[in-house]
Write a protein that binds this ligand. Structure first.
Ligand SMILES: [Zn+2]
Ligand SMILES: [Zn+2]
Length: 268
């Protein structure tokens, strides 16, 4: 039996004797099926071919990504606070070296994730650190490997630990969520957005899409809902789910002006 992992989206599946026939995450119109056809790997194979890189981003914040890049190549974030450490989003690879490095940073007390493209091998991570996983209940249909460690939250916000709040934004997925860290950016606040709010090549701006690989935009009201959801929170810095995709300064204003620009372009 193996917990197969889709090589295109990085999602790990329940244990099975043979690889699953389909990946519903990739068959969804926000993703795509590998041009070479549906292909699978396992954690054992990933461990032979890839390692994880842990890189300090700012005090109390570490990026975790796999090298060479795997699937959509995202970066998870470990946020260290006095109340405990949180893993925000996930990657598919976990190995002894990664677990050792993270234990040296205080381990993981809670895992939370923005949306199904970032779930990776989250159950393996949960088991390695004995940490619960917080997911928005609206994303439950896209959880491919259900587990008792998952705690579904409902509504618009969920306190995770003191100073760490999950905020549902919707848009990309109905339960697409962001994480607000009040103590981030030297106490000026940081927002972790996955790709619910995506930092674009011009780092003074962000964007908002239903599908990034297939370039399907959101409508104006969905974009306005995202901006309104994060409006109550102070954040100087914004971290999307890829290495270097950071709005360094005045990120809240960047979200506002990006939304105005976006809506101007999609309206007649
Ligand atoms: Zn997939
Ligand atoms: Zn996504």
């Amino acid at each position: 039996m193996n917990n197969y992992i889709c090589i295109t989206c990085g999602t790990q599946y329940p244990a099975s004797a043979e690889a699953p026939a389909h990946c519903p995450i990739c068959e969804d119109d926000r993703q795509y099926i590998n041009v070479a056809g549906q292909q699978w790997t396992t954690l054992a194979d990933l461990r032979r071919e890839h390692t994880n890189i842990l890189a300090a981003i700012e005090p109390g914040l570490t990026g975790i990504r796999s090298q060479p890049s795997f699937a959509i190549g995202q970066q998870a974030h470990l946020i260290q606070t006095e109340a405990g450490n949180v893993l925000w989003d996930c990657v598919s690879l976990i190995d002894d070296a990664t677990v050792g490095e993270i234990k040296a940073l205080g381990g993981i007390q809670a895992i939370a994730s923005s949306h199904p493209h970032m779930y990776g091998s989250m159950i393996e991570w949960s088991q390695a650190f004995n940490a619960p996983i917080y997911l928005h209940g609206d994303n439950r249909p896209w959880v491919m490997r259900p587990d008792e460690a998952i705690r579904y939250w409902e509504g618009e916000t969920q306190a995770l630990l003191p100073g760490l709040t999950l905020v549902r934004c919707g848009g990309h997925f109905p339960g697409s969520s962001v994480l607000h860290w009040a103590g981030g950016a030297g106490g000026r606040g940081a927002l972790f957005t996955g790709d619910t709010i995506m930092v674009v090549s011009d780092r003074r701006y962000v964007s908002f899409m239903y599908s990034y690989p297939n370039l399907i935009p959101l409508n104006a009201s969905a974009v306005q809902r995202i901006v309104a959801a994060v409006e109550p929170y102070a954040f100087e810095r914004l971290h999307a789910a890829w290495d270097g995709r950071i709005v360094e300064a005045d990120a809240k204003a960047a979200v506002r002006r990006s939304a105005e620009r976006y809506i101007a372009h999609i309206r007649e």
